[in-house]
Ligand binder design. Structure first.
Ligand code: IDP
Ligand code: MG
Length: 156
């Protein structure tokens, strides 16, 4: 089981798409164990996108991410990191597959609605970047025995 960091970017909040995007994760059977609205500071955006600091789109990206509130979520489930990346779709809205979040809701390269951690290492770092331990709420769900086959040692 994994937990990944998802950010509903400023365009998702401004366009009133929060509920529909959150519902997709719930519908999939993933569990939200942390969620808050926040305004990302310049420093936090710089830390989060440090790997892109030499890219031509970096300054635009930081200014976009700090321009308006976001919603950050800790999303938990089997293979959650890869599952969420697949649900998000390709980076550019115009390339993203229909059925994916970016594919269904946007066409922009930069205003692409959502961020998701891309590896277990990134998920670990990013969850700590955006959540304190007491903002995460792992809780048992009765429905898990129907979301997963629990007859073996591990959820399947
Ligand atoms: P990802 O969000 O799919 O992991 P990354 O390559 O890590 O994509 O890029 C981070 C973010 O930077 C993207 O989600 C998008 O908002 C923005 N971005 C990436 N490439 C471009 C570009 O070529 N032009 C404008 N914005 C870009
Ligand atoms: Mg990325």
């Amino acid at each position: 089981m994994e937990t990944t960091l998802i950010i509903l970017k400023p365009d998702a909040v401004q366009r009133g798409l929060m509920g529909r995007i959150i519902s997709r994760f719930e519908d999939k059977g993933l569990q939200i164990i942390g969620m808050k609205m926040m305004r990302i500071s310049d420093d936090l955006a710089a830390e989060h996108y440090a790997m892109h600091k030499d890219k031509p789109f970096y300054h635009g990206l930081v200014s976009f991410m700090t321009s308006s509130p976001v919603v950050v979520m800790a999303v938990h489930g089997k293979g959650a990191i890869a599952v969420c990346r697949k649900m998000m779709g390709a980076t550019f809205g115009a390339d993203a597959e229909p059925g994916s979040i970016r594919g269904d809701f946007g066409v922009s390269n930069s205003f692409n609605l959502i961020h998701g951690s891309d590896s277990p290492k990134a998920a670990e770092e990013e969850l700590h970047r955006f959540f304190t331990e007491d903002e995460l709420h792992p809780y048992g769900r009765a429905i898990d025995s129907w979301v997963y086959d629990m007859s073996g040692e591990q959820p399947e």
